[in-house]
Structures are given as C-alpha cells and as structure tokens.
Design a protein. Structure first.
Length: 367
C-alpha cells in the first residue's frame, strides 16, 4: 500500500470559481481517512484530483512518494468506488469484476482466482453469474467494491458509496467497508456528507467547508475539541446547540448572559474567559450534555434552565426534545421514559463542564 500527500492543492473551475483552496493533507500508509463536509465543499473534487479524473490548478499530489500530477488515472495504481456503482449492465457480476484485469491482460487463472477471492470476502460468490439488473442496491455496491478489490491497488477511493442505500443497509455496508479495511490493511480515502459515517469509519476525519480543509483529527478528539463553530455544529448528531450572548461579571463570577438566562462559567474556564468580559460570544452545548432535572448524572458542574417543549421524538433508548429557551432553539437527549407534553415548560440541567465558547467575529474556539 502507500501514503498519499497533497501539498498546497488548488482547483479553480471556469469563470474563476474556486472549488478547493490550499489543501494540505498527508494520509499515512494503511490509514482510513474520511473527507466530510456539506454538499459543494470540494470533497469529491479533491478525491477526483487524487484519482486523476480532475486536473489540479496548483499544487502537488504524491502517491507512494511519486509525484502524480501528470500521471493518467490508469497508471496511478488506485481503484475508485462511485456513488452510482458504475457497473456494465450487459455484463455478469463476474465479468464486471474481471473487466479491469482483462484490460491489463492478466492470465485467465489469476483473474479467476482474484475474482473468487474478492467474491468470498464480500459474500457475493453466489451472484457471479447474475447481471446488475437482478441485484439489489446493496449487492450492486458489493460488486462495485469487489471490482476495486481485485485490482489490489495501492489506494482505495470511495466517493459517497452508500448514499443511494436505505438507512439499514447503509449501517450494514459501512460495517462491511470497515471490516474490509482491517482485512486488506489498505490505504483508503472515503468521501461522505454523513458525519455519522465519518465518525464510525475513519481513523481520522478531515472536515471541509467552502473548499478549505478546516480540521483533521481522530473522531473523538474532533468531537470533543472542534476548532471552530462550524466543525462543532457539523460533527455530532443531533448537532451542537448554540446561543448568542455576552460574558459579564455577576456576583463575583463570570457568567454567560443570553438575555433570558444566566449560566455561570465553570471554575476551570474562568481565567480564559476573563479576556472576553463584556464581549459577545457564542455558547455551545451538545444535546447529550443536557438532561431532565432530577435525572441521576455524575456531572460535576450543572446549571438549571427552563425550556418550552416544541417537538418530542422518541428514539427507543432515548428521546430527543426540540425546545426553545429564551429566543434560541435547543435540542436535548433525555431518558426514554421521561414523559413530556408539547408546549410544557420543563426544568433541565446543563453539564457546564462540557460547555464550548466561540468568538463572535471569526467563530473560532475559545475554550
């Protein structure tokens, strides 16, 4: 396998539309990296530049210490799995998987061995004689992955491969791809707009917005230490709650004043927040750090707030509450057995030790 390095990569389309700007990333040998971000952020364009399907405007792309800027896709030793499967409808599953090897004039015995090996890994051996129209969406996706596996490339590229599948099958397939990474011990780069896929699959996650790489880290560090408000809101499901307010002094302590409520800043954050006294900031808290009052929690620093219930979403093991507090919408994850009614005012507790604060001007993280 191989490492992949992107140095100061830029992509500008016609009419000077920037798609990717000053992109720098090193993907280590055998690493699984996920590029995640909203639609139009440049993640698929970045993947296509690595594959050689899109020319770069500036910068360098290296695969296995080899500069590949001018190397055609077929000579980069990569395999790509597309969102729409891209199977030949007139060919059987076997022939779809063998096609690339036949073009490269591999011996017939080796082609058969590789196809059967890949089919075994993906549990599609019984489908080899069928054509794509006789397959389900999940089976077609397995065939597309199998076609990549038989190549035994240095790098696997996945461009939103699960977005056409139903929710249950997506969960199953992302588990299969993760197992595949472990069994093949391969370098994989995976593009998705689904942050749950990113969190569950990647060794590291690269978050993009408007063509820029904002933050790269392992899933837990990214979740707990977002570099700015965008990353904080994008990573996590449901997303982080935000409130606008001011840092003010109140009874000898710094507090966050939203206008309708006061939240005392935890002792360990008081010194850092002193520099922002009398300034506007954004307060952030994740839904799982909000609970119904009276719920047993081992939180060290809690604050009570009152909110109005607007929507109740039972999820089985837990319930999502969509509320308003003051002028802000708010989401809380509470115990599934807490009974609440629409428009009811409910007391909640907030785990202030897990609070986040962001600058108002550039939205970067304060603490």
């Amino acid at each position: 396998m191989a490492d992949v390095v992107l140095k100061n990569v830029n992509k500008v389309f016609e009419k000077s539309v920037p798609a990717v700007r000053n992109f720098n990333l090193k993907i280590k040998d055998r690493e699984f990296v996920v590029l995640v971000g909203p639609s139009g952020c440049g993640k698929s364009t970045t993947l296509r530049m690595i594959a050689g399907l899109e020319e770069i405007t500036d910068g360098e792309i290296h695969i296995d210490d080899r500069l590949v800027n001018d190397v055609p896709p077929k000579d980069r030793d990569i395999a790509m799995v597309f969102q729409n499967y891209a199977l030949y409808p007139h060919m059987t599953v076997y022939d779809n998987m063998a096609f690339g090897l036949k073009l490269r004039k591999y011996p017939k015995a080796e082609i058969e061995a590789r196809v059967n090996e890949a089919a075994g890994i993906l549990s599609i051996g019984h489908l080899l004689s069928r054509k794509p129209k006789a397959l389900s969406g999940g089976e077609r996706q397995r065939v597309a992955v199998g076609r990549a596996i038989v190549r035994k490339p240095k790098v696997f590229l996945f461009d939103e491969p699960l977005s056409n599948l139903d929710a249950k099958l997506r969960v199953q397939m992302r588990t299969e791809i993760s197992k595949l990474h472990n069994s093949l011990d391969a370098t994989m780069i995976y593009v998705t707009h689904d942050q749950v896929e990113a969190m569950t699959m990647g060794d590291r996650i690269a978050v993009m917005k408007d063509g820029e790489l904002l933050q790269v880290s392992d899933p837990i560090h990214l979740y707990e230490n977002p570099i700015n408000k965008f990353v904080a809101g994008f990573i996590g499901s449901p997303g982080m709650n935000f409130m606008e307010g001011r840092i003010v002094a109140h009874e000898g302590k710094l507090v966050f004043n939203e206008g309708h409520l006061l939240l005392i800043i935890p002792e360990e954050m008081q010194e850092v927040m002193t520099a922002f006294q009398d300034q506007e900031v954004t307060f952030g808290i994740r839904p799982e750090d909000v609970a119904a009052e009276g719920t047993v929690k081992d939180w060290s620093t809690v604050q009570a707030i009152t909110a109005t219930v607007e929507v109740v979403e039972p999820m089985g093991s837990e319930t999502f509450l969509y509320l308003t507090t003051g002028k802000h919408p708010f989401i809380a994850k509470v115990d599934a057995h807490v009974e609440l009614k629409i428009n009811a005012e409910v007391p909640l507790i907030v785990n202030m030790a897990r609070a986040h604060f962001f600058r108002k001007d550039d939205e970067t993280t304060i603490v």
